[in-house]
Design a protein around this ligand. Sequence first.
Ligand SMILES: [Zn+2]
Length: 355
Amino acid sequence: MALKPGVVCGEDYVELVNACKEGGYALAGVNCVGTNSVNAVMEAAAKNNSDVIIQFSNGGTQFFAGAAMEDAFQAKVLGAVSAAQHVHLLAEHYGICAVLHTDHANRKLVPWIDALVDHSEEYYKKNGKALYSSHMLDLSEEDIDDNLNECARMLERMAKLDMSLEIELGITGGEEDGVGHDIEEGADSSHLYTQPEDVLKAYDLLSPIGHFSVAASFGNVHGVYKPGNVQLRPEILKNSQELVSKTHGTIDKPLNLVFHGGSGSEKDKIAAAISYGVFKMNIDTDTQFAFSEGVGKYVEEHMNAFKHQIDPETGAPLKKFYDPRKWLRQGELSFVNRLDEAFEDLGSAGRSLAK
Ligand SMILES: [Zn+2]
């Protein structure tokens, strides 16, 4: 199996997802906020000969366009377009396959996704592929039928452009960029676990329309919390796969599953989730920290250069220390190092399909 390096969409995307499931590994879905993080993801993927998913939250795309843009909605749309164009131009030169994706969109962000699909329609006419490989709709706060009906409407639009849709069933704890739920100590946690019957319902409705994946909840939580609050139960994923394959007589593991809130998870639970058909694990919290840790270390070591242009004691110019490329690069390198570990944990290192 070999794919052209660059952004993968449509059939190539499906091939990549299937290769993950058959090969027992998963891709990191890495949240990015600017060219520093996007380039670090491509650098890490090339370094590890791994394919990767570059994704943006709505706030990430707004930041990509520039935090001062007055119209926040416009910034979220244009930032997402700008980010995608950057990746389309550069990913093939890194020699890896990159999936372009947007993270959680709840009901109030549905117009954001519709606007991005509008842009993909234009892009498709000119380039024969969509701007994004996939988008996520997270209507998990809503009634299951409302959730799935809206997903079906969106997938109908997207399938015409060979795009894939990620949906959410059950609730990932914590919050990701303003979308989500706080975990209360001692609260009833049954809603944190996806019901296999709901997954079957989604399969029945969406699989005739197009390609989709499911962010199923099995006790996963966004962010890093004290251990012990929630119990990860990856066997829920297995039960969902079995219910669908038994009901429809499909191949093993018919569902494409996504693991949200993977930061800080136990490695054996990650491995179990992958064995049950998880092809994508999101990573944000840990790479955010890595970037900041890299910058922080540099600032500590060169504090003078952040206060003076000329060293007050020696009179030496400090330009080569305060040049933003110097400290941003330390953030990038630390980000890359954290992804080395993620690719190793997910088993994607050394397995890029790009040829
Ligand atoms: Zn998430």
